[in-house]
Write a protein that binds this ligand. Structure first.
Ligand SMILES: *Cc1c(COP(=O)(O)O)cnc(C)c1O
Length: 377
């Protein structure tokens, strides 16, 4: 059996090696390493793919979130609502800009920000909501946009895990995740669904003025060289990374399908295991399975994870500690669902290259380990 990994970038590279090597070599020979044609081309291709007016590439997903908040002129003390069950970057940039992260609990089945709790968390200082499209599905954007409109709030979508996911509004309109809010922020970290060979990120918006401002902030606050209208940052996507991304973007739909097929195989294999809850699908968004995350009920998750690793199966826990219990982000409040999920969830290998032999091994190993754990507990 081919070596099992959480993410198999080596096998994926083999399939596109000729094209990728050529694209990288083109950047090296034309030496336009920064802001070269590869960056512009990728930007245009991503705009068409997402059907969004403006894509602004930057250095990584964390920067994208930070630049989004800077572009919206959020001021120290302003409150930004986000989910308590997410990767740290979302809350980190809020705190870094001296804004106040207001964490709200998530839905136990979909892992998405709880809309009722978002409403309850809105106060006079609230300026923005940052929904996170966790693990590959789009959060309930219709409700979130409605709430934002009623309260005059900005919405920044963290779509680092859900690029390519498609959201359907009640009237049938479809939009890609990250293109619904005022700004979308994504990451091209190698293991993301659209990943490069280093760090990368981008912002999306439909608003031309916001796009100009984002571009300016990402480029030292200048729109004309050496004239600095704002305090900005230096956040660029390298041409080499853009060249790789351009090729991977052409394969993104195929990659999403491969992830979905693996997920469906997992679903079927675990359908009759009462202790396992397979990932819930929401009806209004496609799932692009950045992660395939299970909940383990009635058995000890940590014992299972140890047993699986001993049997040679790589598994990960996203995420073991709730944000509100992290030293840097301690927050009073009630987050029973997040606390429960941090004890119950574990993620299986999920990537574009899982073959039948690997899928059989993974599911058999999990079922076996659970049977053994049942006898022990
Ligand atoms: C990966 C990720 C980020 C940060 O992206 P980087 O490119 O690593 O900075 C932000 N939010 C979420 C939800 C992520 O998964």
């Amino acid at each position: 059996m081919r070596e099992l990994r959480m993410v198999d970038l080596a096998t994926q590279y083999e399939a596109i090696k000729t094209e990728v090597d050529q694209a990288i070599s083109d950047v090296i020979s034309n030496t336009s390493f920064i802001n070269g044609p590869a960056v512009k081309n990728f930007q245009k291709d991503l705009e068409s793919y997402l059907e969004v007016e403006h894509v602004i590439p930057c250095a990584n997903g964390t920067d994208a979130l930070q630049i989004a908040m800077m572009a919206l002129d959020l001021q120290p003390g302003d409150e930004v609502i986000t989910a308590s069950f997410t990767y740290v970057a979302t809350a980190e940039v809020i705190a870094l800009l001296k804004l106040k992260p207001v964490l709200v609990d998530v839905d136990p089945d979909t892992f998405m920000i709880n809309v009722e709790q978002v409403k309850a968390a809105i106060g006079p200082k609230t300026k923005a909501i940052v929904p996170v499209h966790l693990f590959g599905q789009t959060a309930p954007m219709h409700s979130i946009m409605q709430i934002a409109k009623e309260h005059n709030l900005f919405v920044i979508e963290d779509t680092a895990q859900a690029i390519g996911s498609e959201y359907t509004f009640p009237d049938g309109t479809k939009m890609k995740s990250g293109t619904i809010g005022h700004i979308g922020a994504t990451s091209f970290f190698p293991s993301k669904n659209l990943g490069c060979f280093g760090d990368g990120g981008a912002l999306f918006t439909r608003d031309e003025n916001l796009a100009k401002k984002i571009r300016m902030i990402a480029n030292h606050g200048q729109s004309i060289q050496y004239y600095h209208d704002e305090i900005g940052v230096n956040s660029r996507l390298d041409s080499v990374q853009a060249a790789v991304l351009g090729i991977k973007l052409k394969n993104l739909n195929k990659y999403s399908s491969a992830r979905q097929s693996a997920a469906e195989f997992y679903d079927r294999a675990f359908a009759n295991i009462p202790e396992i809850q397979t990932p819930a699908r929401v009806s209004n968004s496609t799932h692009v399975f950045h992660q395939y995350t299970l909940r383990l009920k009635g058995l000890n998750r940590d014992l299972l994870v140890t047993a699986l690793k001993e049997k040679g199966l790589p598994v990960m826990v996203y995420y073991p500690v709730p944000l509100h219990q992290q030293k840097a982000y301690q927050q009073e409040g009630n987050y029973p669902v997040t606390e429960m999920l941090c004890k119950q969830v574990f993620s299986l290998p999920m990537h574009t290259e899982l073959d039948q032999e690997q899928l059989n091994f993974i599911t058999q190993t999990v079922v076996e380990a659970i049977t053994q754990l049942r006898k022990k507990q």
